[in-house]
Every structure is written in C-alpha cells, then in structure tokens.
Design a protein around this ligand. Structure first.
Ligand SMILES: [Zn+2]
Length: 233
C-alpha cells in the first residue's frame, strides 16, 4: 500500500482502524563504479514496499536523498542533505503523518548517515506527540542478519548481493574491484578520506557478493521488520 498511489479517501478509511506507517529512507550516494547511486534507496524502498504488502500497511514516499556529508560526499553523483536539514525534513514528515492520525512510525533505513538524523527527529517530537511509537530499523545492523551480512562494508558484499538480487540490470559486474581498504576506528575530515577509502569508493570490504545471498538478506530483513511492526501495534 503505497501512499502515493492512494486517495485521501482511502487513507481516511485506513485510519479508522490502523495507525501505522512505514517510512523508507535511503540515499543518493556513490556505491563504487559497479553499483548504482540509488543502492540504499532501492534497497530500503523495496524492503518497505514488500513489508507493507505483507502486513497491509501504508508505505510513505521514500526519502531518497540522505545525509552523505562524510566519506562519500566527494564522489560525483552523490547528493547530500546535511544532518540538521535532514532532521528537520523527517520531523516535518512525522508531524504531517501524525496530524492525520498515524501513531506508529517504522523507519526502514538504508543508509548509515541517516541513523542520527532520524533519531534526532524522533527525539524532537517525542515530548509533543501522544500515544505514538517509533522504530528505526537499519537492515544491515539487524542481529538476525549478523552472520549472513558478516560485517560487510559500504558497496561491499552485502550491498552487491542485494542489488544483484533486486536490480541486476543496474550492476556493472565488469567493474567490481579487488582493491580493499579498511577505515580507521575514528572519523576523518574530507581532505583525509582519499587515503582511507578505495579509489572507486568501497569501504572495509570486497565486492564478492551474489544474488542468492541478496535474496536471503532481503527476505530475512522483511521478517525482522514485520516482527517489529507486530510489537509496535
Ligand atoms: Zn549503501
């Protein structure tokens, strides 16, 4: 149930007995030369829509530009909304949905840089909203997927697998790289990033993924999101 495809009458009817909404948040971000800039957006959106279908829950329009102010900002094609602006965008999003009766808000997040802004937006409405519940699920951080995802990095095995499964037409397999670089356990300013990241923008990983793993990651993610929804409602 995609909000954009519904009428206001249908939303009014939905709100008579259900108050849950799923909000996918992605990014428009460099994902190496082999994967599309929409990797995080496609993944979050497809997980959200499938979760919505299986649970008859409304899925709000995807926020497809996220916060990429660190590490990947310098790569062409990346568009970044600063963390403070993104927090305000998400806060406005929540307030609009709340105004009409939504009370349970599940974020399907596809990008690490969005986690803090989503949390900040939630914290800024928590004292004002009534009888509301919030959850932020970043699929690659789910405990249930830990073994399968195996600490894969940016544009690495996990994301390669997801996109090979969800959008094989957008993967340039001939451009997978063997180059590996490991980020240090601290943040660096943009002028220092180049030495810490591979030339094509992969972080902490290889690109050794496959569609079979992508299918498993996708399906298991949906199961976890459904279990979160059940607990919220
Ligand atoms: Zn990503």
């Amino acid at each position: 149930m995609e909000l954009l495809k519904m009428t206001t009458k249908e939303v009014r009817e939905y709100l008579k007995d259900k108050h849950t909404v799923i909000i996918p948040v992605g990014a428009t971000e460099e994902h190496s030369d082999a994967l599309p800039l929409g990797t995080d957006t496609f993944t979050a959106e497809k997980i959200a829509i499938e979760t919505g279908k299986k649970t008859k829950t409304i899925v709000a329009p995807t926020i497809s530009v996220g916060n990429c102010h660190s590490v990947t900002y310098m790569f062409p094609g990346t568009i970044s909304i600063s963390p403070i602006t993104l927090t305000m965008v998400i806060k406005d999003y929540l307030e609009s949905l709340y105004k009409h009766g939504f009370r349970n808000f599940l974020f399907v997040n596809g990008h690490g840089g969005n986690i803090a802004p989503i949390r900040c937006a939630i914290d800024s409405v928590v004292p004002i909203f009534k009888k509301s519940r919030f959850a932020v699920g970043s699929w690659w951080l789910f405990k249930e997927l830990e073994e399968l995802y195996d600490h894969a990095g940016h544009a690495g095995r996990g994301e390669v697998s997801m996109i090979l499964y969800l959008h094989p037409d957008l993967v340039h397999k001939n451009l997978f790289t063997e180059e590996i670089k490991i980020l240090p356990p601290y943040y660096v300013s943009e002028d220092l990033v180049k030495d810490k990241i591979t030339k094509t923008g992969i972080i902490n990983d290889t690109q050794n993924g496959n569609a079979k793993l992508g299918k498993i990651l996708f399906e298991k993610s949906i199961k976890v999101y459904i279990s979160i929804l059940k607990k919220m409602e």
